[in-house]
Design a protein around this ligand. Structure first.
Ligand code: C2E
Ligand code: MG
Ligand code: MG
Length: 570
């Protein structure tokens, strides 16, 4: 495939670091002026006439100095603006005068031109000094400009260079795709292994990706830039179909996911990729990166095993957030927030209990996924209403079971950090249980480990209170937060829920399996039971049995279901 080199990464960066080139016509204008002024100099030098200036009789020869100064200015302009070619031209114009001067001296014995010879030699010297100095200054300017467009850690082009590249393509009306990339769990590495290791990992990733972009192995032309922190952007062009873009993104993904060894430790990195196409998705070039970011944030938020997302219109967040917020309010008013129950089993398939999961329909009856409305409910302060609505339905479910089946049952419910921090949190949940005449012993309160970062002491106090009242405590999504083990050890938890993302990866390599096994060991040390979330396959189940997990919750043995169905399992 033909490649247009003028918009390759290097060519564009080159352009950014270069000063603007003066025009060719300017060069000829200066030469013309030089010749014109030279003619005047000769004419005035030989003239015996005089002119009247302000009533004074001035001989023409007096203007010779003015014109010869103008000649020097022309030469200075040539060297300053046209550098090497200007210097060569100036020296040439001076040197061609030498034979005339020498002939005048040798044949006509005219000594008056000898001072001119020395003046010319000194002019050449001055021009050379000017030229060398000019080179030094521009070298310095170039290095400063290069610093302004380069990320100092990785040597990749930085955010500024990225936007310049985008502007350049937009100006030339060339279609392209921007992929916004964010590394997963990079903060964990920085926090646990230190910034030095974090930096080395970033440098290694940059090195691999740059090599991949330069190798032109793919059918597309790619630019890799680092936007800052663990964020990168890849600009892809020269593709025909969507699958070409995906092919290229997958190449970068594969390259990233190869083991990175730093100081004899192996690291397995992964990332999320969001992308947007110009002009198909966005007509305004200035927004492509923002749209790619929107796709990136969406895929991060979904926290699914798929880590690449193409921008779609509905991701333009502000409108969407407002819309969902409105839908949550309507659903709360119409009491159309409901819940599903997902069964939890021990390893021999005996029912342990259920997790109550919030569900919501909009006024048209379409289901809105919790991944979508929970974060918005958290951001808009509506989450506690949802938590309480779910708890209240769960309490009714428990009360029905206790009455009908005269058996014990355990129901877990999720509590958002924001809700838990509220002063009257305990009163609120207790009044619901009182209403249905059920005791806390039937309930398990799920908190995420992020609770330990946001406000440790208040959180601990609330959780301790709940525990003393008889609630069980579960640490949800374990492994995805950044809390330290010493903090977690202070939580009076009963059970640890291993996040689905670890279960997804578990059978992909021995080290991933050992990772889950070590989480289980940590749980044992902390005297906790262990439940694995999101178990979908028989292989996963076998591995979990082998490494000693206590319980599972996942599609393999039961999806979230309405209470009427759940009751049949009891
Ligand atoms: P979570 O508490 O970690 O809940 C487990 C999620 O994993 C649920 O997603 C469940 O449907 C899903 N899941 C379980 N097994 C599998 C499986 O085998 N495969 C797959 N693909 N998924 C599985 P869901 O219902 O979408 O809920 C998402 C999150 O929303 C929950 O994660 C929880 O953090 C939050 N959430 C749900 N209900 C409430 C609530 O009432 N209050 C609060 N504060 N948060 C809630
Ligand atoms: Mg949960
Ligand atoms: Mg979870």
């Amino acid at each position: 495939m033909e490649r247009d080199n003028s918009i390759s990464m290097d060519a564009t960066l080159e352009k950014l670091t270069l000063r603007k080139q003066p025009s060719k016509s300017g060069f000829f204008v200066i030469i013309f002026l030089y010749l014109l002024v030279s003619v005047f100099t000769t004419m005035t030098a030989r003239s015996s006439n005089s002119v009247v200036v302000l009533g004074v009789d001035v001989p023409m020869t007096a203007f010779t100095g003015v014109f010869s100064a103008a000649i020097n200015i022309c030469m200075i302009f040539l060297v300053v603006f046209y550098r090497k070619i200007g210097l060569i031209t100036s020296i040439f114009l001076i040197v061609i005068q030498f034979p005339m001067i020498i002939i005048n001296f040798l044949i006509r014995h005219n000594t008056s031109s000898i001072p001119g010879l020395f003046t010319n030699l000194f002019t050449i010297l001055a021009l050379i000094i000017l030229y060398i100095n000019g080179i030094r200054v521009s070298k310095y300017q170039r290095s400063i400009r290069a610093q302004a467009i380069t990320d100092s850690l990785t040597g990749l082009p930085n955010r500024f260079a990225c936007t310049e590249l985008i502007n350049n393509l937009v100006k030339r009306d060339i279609g392209f795709t921007v992929v916004s990339v964010d590394l997963n769990n990079f903060k964990n590495i920085n926090d646990t292994m230190g910034h030095d290791v974090g930096n080395k990992i970033l440098v290694e990733i940059a090195h691999r990706w740059k090599a991949l972009a330069d190798s032109w192995e793919s059918s597309t032309v790619d630019f890799v830039t680092r936007l800052g922190g663990d964020e990168f952007a890849i600009i892809i062009r020269e593709y025909k179909f969507d699958k070409d873009i995906l092919g290229t993104i997958n190449r970068y993904k594969d390259e990233l996911e190869k083991v990175i060894t730093i100081d004899e430790c192996d690291y397995y990195m992964s990332a999320c990729f969001g992308y947007a196409e110009y002009p198909t998705d966005v007509k305004n070039g200035a927004l492509v990166l923002a749209y790619a970011d929107a796709a990136l944030h969406e895929i991060k938020r979904q926290n699914s095993s798929n880590c690449i997302l193409h921008y779609t219109k509905d991701l333009t967040m502000t409108d969407k957030t407002l819309d969902i917020e409105r839908k949550i309010r309507v659903a709360l008013d119409a009491d159309s927030v409901y819940f599903n129950l997902q069964p939890q089993y021990d390893m021999s398939h005996n029912l342990r209990g259920f997790e109550a999961l919030a569900r919501m329909k909009d006024s048209e009856g379409d289901i809105i996924s919790p991944g979508e409305f929970i974060p918005i409910a958290e951001a808009t302060g509506l989450i506690d209403k949802i938590d309480l609505r779910v708890l209240s339905k769960a309490a009714k479910f428990v009360s029905d079971i206790v009455k009908e089946k005269e058996t014990d049952i355990l129901v877990s419910f999720n509590v958002s950090v924001k809700h838990l921090m509220k002063n009257n949190f305990i009163d609120e949940i207790m009044s619901i249980l009182d209403e249905y005449k059920v005791t806390p012993a039937h309930f398990e309160l799920e908190v995420t480990e992020s609770i330990m970062i946001d406000s440790t002491d208040t959180a601990l106090q609330k959780i301790n209170e709940a525990k003393n009242l008889g609630f069980k405590i579960a640490i949800d999504d374990f492994g995805t937060g950044y809390s330290s083990l010493s903090y977690l050890n202070r939580l009076p938890a009963d059970i640890l829920k291993i996040d689905k993302s670890f279960i997804d990866e578990m059978n992909s390599s021995e080290s991933s399996k050992q990772y889950v096994a070590s989480i289980i060991s940590i749980g044992r040390v902390m005297n906790l039971e262990i439940i694995s979330e999101g178990v979908e396959t028989a292989d996963q189940l076998d591995t979990l049995k082998e490494i000693g997990c206590d319980y599972i919750q996942g599609y393999i043995w039961g999806r979230p279901m309405p209470p009427e169905e759940a009751i049949k399992l009891v």
